[in-house]
Design a binder for this molecule. Structure first.
Ligand code: NAD
Ligand code: KPL
Length: 303
């Protein structure tokens, strides 16, 4: 079974190269003929790992290629997920399976509503990768990808292929809890690093602000029936701030590079879920307003 990978960006490339070098069939799905020509001119996809570069000429095609797709790894940003799925929908077989790699929450619901008959497996990854050139990706941080299906607890048979490809993973029967927890961590840390323009560790000087946000996030998580995700949240946020003290958060990096953020699927989603449940979340709401104003002032989308 071919692994079709939509999005030859950081995580998509990281998965594509590891699957391909384990001799598993992989096909990249690129936006258009221009992208495909650029990909071919680059000679394939390069992964830089421990300082060594390996470039593989993984087969690629455009989104509008007619060949059917049974297994799709959706490796785009959350704000692109629905549009990408709309574009690829005519190619999906009736028994298609999708793996959704998006961070945050909200895009997964958009995709599953658009494709009610497909199996959608949700993922939450702590691996790190970034692009440092066209079709060239650096493997920056070892981690793990949790996979799960909130509608069906049985793991798919292809998990063995991930082991064969050396992709660290675990099947989770509570993937929603993992995604909520990661969202809460991102909401407590990332916007503040943007607004204070600081590295993660410098948030230690804003301990009261972090604690107040965690209290509201925990209230939201309980209201969303996510008690496990709420448990010990502040402690974990403080641990992450300490462990990643020298790092610039992904949102701060996006803003610095003039890239769109995933705010609508992180803090935006948290506030929208709070509002839907009639919760008063003044700190989170004020943080969202300040962050949106900050993005608009830099000419970036605020959703
Ligand atoms: P990225 O921007 O590096 O890659 C996304 C790719 O998808 C881009 O190449 C883009 O052109 C492509 N794309 C978007 N729409 C498309 C379409 N319709 N057709 C074809 N290609 C399309 O993003 P990323 O860093 O790989 O992140 C993907 C998701 O994984 C995000 O939600 C991110 O938060 C999450 N994530 C990333 C990392 C990381 O280290 N990069 C870690 C954990 C989670
Ligand atoms: O996941 C992160 C990010 O930078 O996006 C951290 C900072 C570890 C938690 O928010």
């Amino acid at each position: 079974m071919t692994w079709h990978i939509l999005g030859a960006g950081s995580l998509g490339s990281l998965w594509a190269v590891r699957l391909a070098r384990a001799s598993l069939p992989v096909t990249l799905l690129l936006r258009n003929a221009e992208q495909l020509a650029a990909y071919r001119a680059a000679g394939g996809l390069a992964l830089v790992e421990n300082g060594a570069e390996q470039r593989l000429a993984i087969p690629a095609q455009t989104l509008d290629d007619p060949a059917p797709i049974q297994r799709l790894l959706l490796a785009c940003k959350a704000y692109d997920a629905l549009g990408a799925v709309q574009a690829i929908a005519p190619r999906l077989t009736p028994d298609a399976e999708l793996i959704l790699l998006q961070n945050g929450l909200g895009s997964q619901q958009q995709v599953t509503e658009r494709l009610p008959h497909a199996r959608c497996i949700l993922a939450s990854s702590t691996e790190g990768a970034y692009r440092d050139g066209p079709f060239r990706v650096v493997f920056a941080g070892r981690g793990l990808t949790w996979l799960g299906d909130p509608r069906a607890p049985t793991p798919p048979q292809w998990l063995g292929e991930l082991s064969r490809a050396g992709i660290p993973h675990e099947w989770s029967e509570r993937i929603d809890s993992r995604l909520w927890r990661k969202l809460a961590l991102n909401c407590a840390i990332n916007p503040l690093t943007v607004l204070h323009d600081c590295r993660n560790g410098e948030l230690q000087a804003h301990g009261d602000e972090v604690a107040a946000l965690c209290a509201e996030l925990a209230e939201l998580l309980h209201a969303c029936d996510q008690d496990d995700a709420a448990s010990g949240l502040l402690d974990e946020v403080q641990r992450v701030i300490h462990a990643t003290a020298a790092n610039s958060s992904s949102m701060r990096q996006d803003v610095a590079a003039g890239r769109r953020t995933e705010i609508g699927y992180l803090l935006g989603h948290a506030c929208a879920e709070g509002a839907r449940r009639g919760l008063r979340l003044p700190r989170l709401t004020a943080l969202l307003q300040a962050l949106r104003a900050h993005l608009r002032a830099r000419g970036l989308p605020d959703t």
